[in-house]
Design a protein around this ligand. Structure first.
Ligand code: NAD
Length: 484
């Protein structure tokens, strides 16, 4: 049993834990019972966090040598590794993912990201640029660029993969010399609160990282409008992304928006069908389908359509839904009653619009926020094929030609990721160039490795995280010229 009594559940500001003026209750998704009472940051407390982060940026953290910043990121990675099982348990308890997946995939992803950007901390360079001099010369000008940190950065994080997604923001922001204010999601803050304790233990100067649990409408909005914050890095729904963009326009904040998705998985007639079906099922059901890149539109060539339907039906029926801490469980509950009800609404809409039910289709009558793994057959114009459901629900749509597959894949407001299943190398590269998405996986999922840029196009967002793009995203270019 996880002991929450020793976990700090207030606000982490300026290196200290403070009680918040207000609080909110979170619930255990596997039982529906109250889980924790967390501090709920208000606008005044947001101001205090911005002050602390600004002081650290101008003070101790800003003055720290780049290599020392890298050492601290590595130290944090070591502590996360030491407490991996505890962090995995906290996150699974909070949001419902089977704990084995948290321990094997999500927390290691955070460790990898911290280590990757620890290596960057003392390798962030500008460049020397040859130029024509003032108004074309003749005096030569020595010119170079500096890559400078932005200042105070806010990271607003969703509940579906709190620590992994936070790592994509926190690690590059710190490596580049920024200070950070984190706003975890209401429904899953516990693992991030524990991370804050590890940040203190690692020895980051006070105020370098601040954590404000709280409500999106209160703490999130206060961060978005705050003039002292130079960048908002947000991952969450498209609707909230729009609100953040509007609210942050006041002081021309940089915004990085990682939003929703409705990823197509295109299975061609020449694909290794067994691997494609297995991969498609993972893309549908991993993390209860609460994945921005979830492959919820399975586009199957008509010659393999029946086999794909049969394979996915088998895969859905083989899922074991239950307690995230039971080792037999492959799919846990959805994060909240609200999310479960939202998914059930979509299932009703699918039935109303004539989608054929292949497997699943309802919420089991048991405590907790469970939904059956569901496979539908239908066409791409249905609501269930167009909107992000964010649950274990996929729709299979047939196609007859490569052109039709691409047209169907692109016939959606989102453009985060896609997978292409084919053994034809030429087709794989051609189709990868034609699909409107930020990431394409051929014969497998994009690995979400720290070296690889991640982000969407269209309504899936603006900007990229990870890789060298992560460094560019957290630095400003300054040009310095010296007339010689
Ligand atoms: P959400 O937009 O409801 O909340 C995300 C975060 O934003 C939370 O911390 C929330 O408190 C905060 N927030 C809410 N309203 C706010 C406001 N007005 N101003 C500032 N902050 C506010 O999203 P969610 O339900 O937590 O997450 C699910 C969504 O996230 C899905 O749409 C999913 O596709 C998306 N997502 C995208 C990626 C990606 O990499 N593109 C990854 C994971 C999840």
């Amino acid at each position: 049993m996880i002991d929450l009594s020793t976990l700090n559940t207030g606000l982490f500001v300026g290196g200290e834990w403070r009680a918040a003026a207000e609080s909110f209750t979170t619930f255990n998704p596997a039982t529906g019972q109250p889980l924790a009472e967390l501090g709920s940051a208000n606008a005044v407390e947001v101001d205090a966090a911005v002050d602390a982060a600004t002081a650290a940026f101008r003070g101790e953290w800003g003055a720290l040598a780049p290599s020392r910043k890298g050492q601290l990121l590595n130290k944090l990675a070591d502590l996360v590794e030491r407490d991996l099982d505890q962090l995995a348990a906290l996150e699974s308890l909070d949001m419902g993912r089977p704990v084995g997946a948290s321990a094997a995939l999500m927390i290691p992803n955070l460790i990898g990201t911290l280590r990757y950007y620890a290596g960057w901390a003392d390798k962030i360079n500008g460049e020397l640029i040859s130029n024509d001099g003032y108004m074309g010369g003749p005096a030569p000008t020595h010119a170079y660029t500096r890559r400078e940190p932005l200042g105070v950065v806010a990271a607003i994080v969703p509940w579906n993969a709190p620590l992994m997604i936070l790592g994509w923001k926190l690690a590059p922001a710190l490596a580049c010399g920024n200070t950070v204010i984190i706003k975890p999601a209401e429904d899953a803050s516990l693992s991030i609160l524990r991370l804050a304790e590890l940040i203190a233990e690692a020895g980051f100067p006070a105020g370098t990282v601040n954590v404000l649990p709280g409500l999106g409408k209160v703490a999130g909005e206060a961060l978005a409008v705050h003039p002292g914050i130079k960048k908002i890095s947000f991952t969450g729904s498209t609707e909230t992304g729009r609100a953040i963009l509007r609210n942050s326009a006041g002081n021309f904040k940089r915004t990085a928006l990682e939003l929703g998705g409705k990823a197509p998985q295109i299975i061609f007639d020449d694909a290794n069908l067994e691997a494609a079906i297995q991969g498609a099922a993972m893309g549908l059901f991993f993390n209860q389908g609460e994945v921005c890149a979830a492959g919820t539109r399975i586009l199957a060539h008509r010659s393999v359509y029946d086999s794909v339907l049969g394979g996915l039906k088998g895969a859905a029926e083989a899922q074991v839904i239950g307690d995230p801490f039971d080792s037999a469980t492959t799919m846990g509950p959805l994060v909240s009653a609200r999310q479960r009800d939202r998914v059930v609404e979509y299932l009703k809409k699918g039935a109303d619009e004539g989608a054929e039910l292949i497997a699943g289709g309802s919420a089991p009558d048991r405590p907790g926020y469970f939904v059956e793994p569901t496979v539908l057959a239908g066409d791409n114009s249905m609501t269930v094929a167009q909107e992000e459901i964010f649950g274990p629900v996929g729709i299979v749509v047939p196609f007859d030609s490569d052109d039709e597959a691409v047209a169907l894949a692109n016939d959606n407001q989102y453009g985060l990721s896609a997978t292409v299943w084919t053994n034809n190398v030429s087709r794989a590269h051609t189709i990868s160039g034609q699909i409107e998405a930020g990431a394409i996986g051929v014969n497998g999922w994009s690995p979400l490795a720290p070296q690889l840029p991640w982000g969407g196009v269209k309504a899936s967002g603006v900007g990229r995280e990870l890789g060298y793009e992560g460094i560019l995203a957290y630095t400003e270019t300054k040009t310095v010229t010296v007339v010689l």
